[in-house]
Design a protein around this ligand. Structure first.
Ligand SMILES: [Zn+2]
Length: 357
C-alpha cells in the first residue's frame, strides 16, 4: 500500500467515504516492496501506458504559452435561461462556464469541474499565457452552491489558483477531488488536507451521495518552468455515479490507442452523460494530447453515451484552429457516424442543460 493520503475520521465527518481500493491501509509508511503500477515511474513521475506514441515535443508546450500565428478570434455569445433548474432541488443540470469548466448540479449537490474563471491560463496573470476570449458563461457568485470540485490535471487551463482560492473562500466546506500529487498544490493555496480526496487511476471515493472513480486519460501534466515538473503529477478523468446514473467528465484527453476508454466502457457503459473535449486539435500534432471532434464522437459511441456535452473550445486560443471549427467539425462527424444532434450537444456559454430527461 502506498502512503495513506486520507484521514478517515475527518473524511467521515465531512461525509466522504473512501473505498477499500483507495484506502485500506492504516499506516502512513510506504511499502517499498509493493510493485509500482505500470503508469508510476520509480522516480515518482507518471507515464501513459496505452501506446508507444513518442513523447510530446517541448515546442508544443511553448506553443501553448506564446500565441503566434493564431487565427483571429472573437467573443462567442453568452446566454441566459433555465435558472429554475438551479432553484429546483430535484432537478439535475449542467452549465457550460467555458473551456473545460462545467457546473454540474445533481439535484441539490453542486459540482464544479476544472474551474477556471480567470482572464488567463497562466502562472502570471498580468504578463503572458493564453488569454480568455469569451468571459465565463456564469460568475462564480451566481452559482447556487458548490459541494465538490473535480480536477482532471495540473495544466494551467484546468487548475487555476485564483478560482480554487475563490471557491474555497465562498464555500469553505467544499471537497476537492484531485489526481495523485495535486493535493500538495492546492494545500499550498489554503485548502485543508482533510477536504482533499486524492486518487490514483481506478481508485474510488464517495462524497456524500456521489461515488467517484478516477479513470485513465491519455494526456500529460506540467506546471513548473523546469522539465522535471513534466508528468510529476497524475492526470485523468472522473466517473460520477449518482442515483443510478453515470457521468463521465473526461478532462483533457487524446485518443492514444483507445485502450483506456475501452476499459472505461467495459466497466461503466452505458454512460448517461459524458463531458467530452472537442477543441485544440489543429494541426494534427496536437492530437497527441487532445481529441478531435471526430474522435470525441467516436468516444461518445464507444461508451454508449446517452447525452454528451462538448467542452474545451471557444475560450482560450491555444492552438491554430479557428474558433468556429470544433462545432462545425463535430456536426460533420455526427452526420458521418449517425449520431443524432440531440445526443451530442454543444452548449453555449452560460447555457443550463437539463440532465436525465
Ligand atoms: Zn492539459
Amino acid at each position: 500500500m502506498r502512503s495513506l493520503r486520507l484521514i478517515p475520521e475527518l473524511l467521515t465527518a465531512l461525509g466522504i467515504v473512501t473505498s477499500a481500493v483507495s484506502c485500506t491501509g492504516q499506516s502512513a509508511s510506504v511499502d517499498l516492496r509493493a510493485p509500482l503500477p505500470p503508469h508510476h515511474l520509480p522516480d515518482g513521475h507518471f507515464r501513459n501506458i496505452d501506446t508507444s506514441v513518442a513523447p510530446i515535443r517541448d515546442t508544443m508546450e511553448v506553443d501553448s504559452l506564446v500565441p503566434t500565428h493564431r487565427t483571429e478570434v472573437y467573443r462567442l455569445p453568452v446566454v441566459r435561461g433555465n435558472e429554475e433548474l438551479w432553484e429546483d432541488s430535484t432537478a439535475s443540470s449542467a452549465t457550460w462556464i467555458g473551456h473545460a469548466t462545467y457546473y454540474i448540479k445533481l439535484q441539490n449537490f453542486g459540482i464544479l469541474a476544472d474551474p477556471i474563471f480567470s482572464d488567463r491560463a497562466s502562472p502570471v496573470q498580468f504578463l503572458f499565457g493564453p488569454k480568455r476570449e469569451t468571459p465565463p458563461g456564469r460568475d462564480l457568485d451566481s452559482l447556487p452552491r458548490v459541494d465538490l470540485v473535480l480536477i482532471s490535471h495540473d495544466h494551467y487551463d484546468h487548475l487555476d489558483r485564483g478560482s480554487i482560492k475563490d471557491i474555497h473562500k465562498k464555500w469553505p466546506k467544499c471537497i476537492f477531488a484531485v489526481p495523485l500529487k495535486v493535493a500538495e498544490i492546492i494545500e499550498d493555496w489554503g485548502v485543508s488536507r482533510s477536504q482533499i480526496v486524492e486518487l490514483d487511476w481506478w481508485e474510488e471515493a464517495t462524497v456524500q451521495k456521489v461515488h467517484l472513480t478516477f479513470v485513465p486519460a491519455h494526456h500529460t501534466s506540467r506546471r513548473g518552468a523546469f522539465s522535471s515538473s513534466r508528468n510529476s503529477t497524475l492526470w485523468g478523468g472522473w466517473i460520477l455515479e449518482f442515483d443510478e446514473k453515470k457521468l463521465w467528465f473526461a478532462g483533457d484527453i487524446a485518443m492514444g490507442d483507445g485502450s483506456y476508454y475501452k476499459a472505461i466502457a467495459q466497466k461503466f457503459a452505458p454512460i448517461d452523460v459524458a463531458f467530452l473535449p472537442i477543441g485544440s486539435y489543429k494541426p494534427s500534432r496536437y492530437t497527441r494530447v487532445h481529441v478531435s471532434p471526430r474522435q470525441a464522437a467516436q468516444l461518445h459511441l464507444l461508451v454508449g453515451s446517452k447525452k454528451s456535452l462538448a467542452m474545451h473550445w471557444g475560450t482560450f486560443s491555444m492552438v491554430y484552429e479557428r474558433l468556429e471549427d470544433p462545432p462545425k467539425d463535430l456536426a460533420r462527424a455526427r452526420k458521418e457516424l449517425n449520431i443524432p444532434d440531440s445526443s451530442f450537444l454543444v452548449p453555449q456559454f452560460g447555457e443550463i442543460v437539463p440532465l436525465f430527461r
